[in-house]
Design a protein around this ligand. Structure first.
Ligand code: E4P
Length: 218
């Protein structure tokens, strides 16, 4: 399973890219707003900045809700950098747009996936990635992890090459289960990725090793 970082913050990306564990970036309009980025020009500049930091797919989300508008945005975004992936919401018009973009060889990430049927439709349209939102399902007392398991089964049954990009990941157990259930990618917020490095017994064990070494090597 490959890790993407779920942020529009370039400092966070820069920091974690240095560990060579990040294969790409996902953004969304809320993450852009969190960084205070507004206006098409500034959004485009941020996508370019992110693409310069990471050698991998960078999802940039459209804000139109009609196919024509999505396509117009998508063509502009795709021109920014070869690694841009067009993030399209899972709505009827979005499915039309994904089909058109796939025909033109433009990669897409179908976002806001909450059911296996939605993931099936997105794969049929030719989405490169689907983003099932685990945490937001958990929020309404539905087990988000079951969705990953179910999509994996369906995609494997029919040899779809659409990638499962698990999103809305909130805690360490989500990351483990995504890997166990065969998600191709997990997009993880900075704070959680940072936490994955640590275990209290690692810290304690290393302290003991270094103290024991220091005793004999003053
Ligand atoms: C990523 O593609 C999604 O937009 C993101 O993971 C959503 O996460 P959230 O539910 O924590 O906002």
């Amino acid at each position: 399973m490959k890790f993407f970082i779920d942020t529009a913050n370039t400092s966070q990306i820069k920091e974690l890219v240095a560990y060579n564990i990040i294969s790409g970036v996902t953004t969304n309009p809320s993450l852009m707003a969190k960084e205070g980025i507004s206006g098409t020009k500034n959004c485009h500049q941020r996508y370019i900045d992110i693409c310069k930091l990471v050698d991998g797919p960078v999802s940039a989300e459209v804000i139109s809700t009609d196919c024509e508008g999505m396509l117009a945005e998508a063509y502009e975004l795709a021109e920014l950098h070869p690694n841009i992936v067009i993030k399209i919401p899972m709505i009827k018009e979005g499915i039309k747009a994904i089909y058109e973009l796939n025909q033109k060889g433009i990669k897409t990430n179908c976002t806001l996936i909450f059911s296996t049927n939605q993931a099936l439709l997105a794969a049929k349209a030719g989405a490169t990635y689907v983003s099932p939102f685990i945490g937001r399902l958990d929020d309404i007392n539905v087990d988000g992890m079951e969705l990953i398991k179910s999509i994996r089964t369906v995609y494997d049954n029919y040899n779809f090459d659409t990638n499962i990009l698990a999103a809305s990941i909130r805690h360490e157990e989500h990351v483990i289960k995504c890997a166990e259930y065969g998600a191709d990618y997990a997009t993880v917020p900075y704070a959680l990725l940072d936490k994955l490095f640590d275990h209290p017994l690692t810290t304690k064990g290393l302290d003991i090793f270094l103290a024991d070494h220091a005793k004999l090597n003053p």
